[in-house]
Design a protein around this ligand. Structure first.
Ligand SMILES: Cc1cc2nc3c(=O)[nH]c(=O)nc-3n(C[C@H](O)[C@H](O)[C@H](O)COP(=O)(O)OP(=O)(O)OC[C@H]3O[C@@H](n4cnc5c(N)ncnc54)[C@H](O)[C@@H]3O)c2cc1C
Ligand SMILES: NC(=O)c1ccc[n+]([C@@H]2O[C@H](COP(=O)([O-])OP(=O)(O)OC[C@H]3O[C@@H](n4cnc5c(N)ncnc54)[C@H](OP(=O)(O)O)[C@@H]3O)[C@@H](O)[C@H]2O)c1
Length: 459
């Protein structure tokens, strides 16, 4: 990062003697988590003479929710009411139902008789909400670094370096909320190439494939893998489609009522208050609600195609059960070669392919990568190296601090399974805002010396 510039003169005492900053709250990412927070901020600002100055930086050019996986037939994995606001405030006009009402589609939705919207429908809802929140958002704007500002032995703010089409700039924020979402996870040692990719950008990448695909391979046994197997099967009627997974077959996701209660807002308290062994047990017991599982309708749709085609003599689905991917080699002048280890057979084989999609899951962002040298040690961690987070979603820091670093979506180990999902993010946004406002009322701290300035900000 070279010479980030700021456009305001800072370092003056601000409101009530607090350090002056460009913004009170800066959000990294403008996916559902931070959109829900922007709604809560907007509501707060409408009812106060002392509004929060907030800005949210989103590296995508527009509001696009998991666009690379937006299959026309895919369904949501949660009920519509687990939208941006309803569990926090069912009367909000940012609800999914308010969206349907405005679009004159509410009756249509009710006639369909399902609690789970299509993903394309929910994505349209998110675009609608994002458009209403546009004044908070900076699109095409990637947060590259979050640098603690220290004064008098305390962390008093964060300088956030952002890169957009105009180059780098820095904004000083009292509180930062990191909601970066999940990062693609690849099998150890596997490198992406023109014919080997993680599923995250699947629809964008498959649209660009111009070589002949006679054999496609999908690695993984979760919802992403199943949806991509279905898509490839239909999209490439002349091709073999291979599934490589460590399981014998796909398992259905558990969305039955008692299991589902693990995603209740109240379950977050229970989980947070539990000892480490209890938390680990709960995560293991209920993993099948979310990970390495497939919605039953997706699973049956795939099976139905396979069953039909076996009768019609055009069987094209191939299964590599209980199989590990050891190596993937994309040589420029031949097929992609996958080295596979069969856990049931004890043999190693090489499978040639024209296309490989790695539906091998996601991992949370490690915020230490943003804090950089001199900042990474600021994050308190537990004995296992996991982030030490307060109940209000703020990171515990290793130095005294008046500034806050909130980490949402990276807290499954502390706040439970709903952390990476939609289920509680409206409620969580309310908790984050309440914490920011409570800390704002805290006693002032000494100002830091003036530095050159940052971009204009929305009130
Ligand atoms: C295909 C798919 C379908 C899913 N369906 C469901 C579902 O039905 N129900 C459910 O509960 N959960 C679902 N999930 C889980 C998903 O995590 C949540 O739906 C939701 O997207 C979480 O919102 P978020 O804002 O925390 O993260 P995201 O939606 O991932 O948003 C994070 C945003 O941060 C931006 N960003 C990242 N790094 C930077 C940076 N350095 N600077 C600026 N911007 C940055 C990203 O571009 C992104 O827009 C699904 C996940 C996937 C992958
Ligand atoms: N329609 C939708 O709403 C929709 C669509 C897609 C995804 N999602 C959501 O997105 C989240 C992630 O789902 P996901 O399917 O992407 O990921 P996932 O559930 O974590 O599944 C990843 C799969 O990859 C396998 N895997 C990982 N590394 C491997 C390796 N080295 N070799 C072989 N297999 C390997 C895992 O195997 P193991 O089983 O052995 O661990 C697992 O089967 C979930 O919350 C899901 O609900 C939702």
């Amino acid at each position: 990062m070279s010479n980030p510039t700021r456009t305001q003169d800072l370092g003056r005492p601000g409101r009530d003697g607090h350090l002056d900053v460009d913004v009170d709250l800066l959000g990294l990412g403008f996916g559902p988590s931070n959109m829900a927070l922007a709604i809560a901020v907007e509501e707060h600002n409408a009812t106060t003479h002392d509004p929060l100055r907030a800005v949210f930086h989103e590296r995508q050019a527009t509001s696009r929710w998991h666009h690379g996986m937006l299959f026309e037939d895919a369904h949501m994995q949660v009920a519509f009411a687990k939208d941006l606001v309803t569990l926090r405030d069912p009367t909000s006009d940012y609800s999914f139902l308010a969206f349907l009402h405005e679009q004159e589609r509410l009756v249509d939705f009710l006639n369909r008789g399902s609690l789970t919207p299509l993903r394309v429908e929910f994505a349209a809802y998110l675009r609608w909400a994002a458009a209403r929140l546009a004044r908070f958002a900076r699109y095409g704007s990637s947060v590259e670094a979050v640098t603690p500002v220290r004064d008098g032995g305390r962390v008093v703010a964060f300088d956030v370096t952002v890169v957009d089409e105009h180059g780098p700039s820095t904004t000083r924020a009292r509180d930062v909320v990191v909601a970066a979402g999940l990062q693609p996870r690849l099998p150890a040692g596997v490198v992406e190439s023109g014919r080997v990719w993680h599923n995250q950008p699947y629809l964008d990448r498959i649209a660009l494939v111009d070589h002949d695909v006679r054999r496609a391979v999908v690695v993984g046994a979760g919802q992403s893998a199943a949806e991509i197997l279905l898509d490839l099967y239909d999209r490439l009627p002349g091709a073999e489609v291979h599934s490589v997974s460590r399981r014998y077959g796909f398992s259905p996701s558990d969305s039955t009522p008692y299991a589902n209660s693990v995603f209740d807002p109240g379950a977050v308290d229970v989980f947070y208050d539990a000892p480490p062994a209890g938390r680990a047990q709960l995560l293991a017991h209920h993993r099948g609600t979310n990970y390495s599982v497939v919605a039953e309708d997706t699973l049956r749709a795939l099976h139905e195609r396979e069953y039909r085609d076996r009768w019609l003599g055009r069987d094209r689905l191939r299964w590599h059960r209980c199989t590990e991917v050891i190596e993937v080699q994309d040589a420029p002048d031949g097929p992609v070669a996958l080295t596979l280890a069969g856990n049931l057979t004890g043999t190693t084989t090489v499978l040639d392919a024209d296309l490989v999609v790695l539906a091998t899951g996601y991992r949370p962002l490690d915020p230490a990568t943003l804090l950089g040298p001199g900042g990474a040690d600021l994050l308190a961690r537990d004995a296992d190296g996991a982030l030490d987070l307060r109940r209000d979603h703020r990171a515990r820091l290793t130095e005294p601090a008046d500034a806050g670093l909130y980490l949402v979506g990276q807290s499954e180990h502390s706040h439970g399974l709903s952390s990476t999902l939609l289920s509680t993010l409206g409620v969580r946004a309310g908790e984050v805002l309440a914490s920011v406002l409570a800390r704002r009322a805290a006693p002032p701290v000494p100002a830091v010396p003036a530095v050159p300035a940052g971009p204009a900000v929305v009130r």
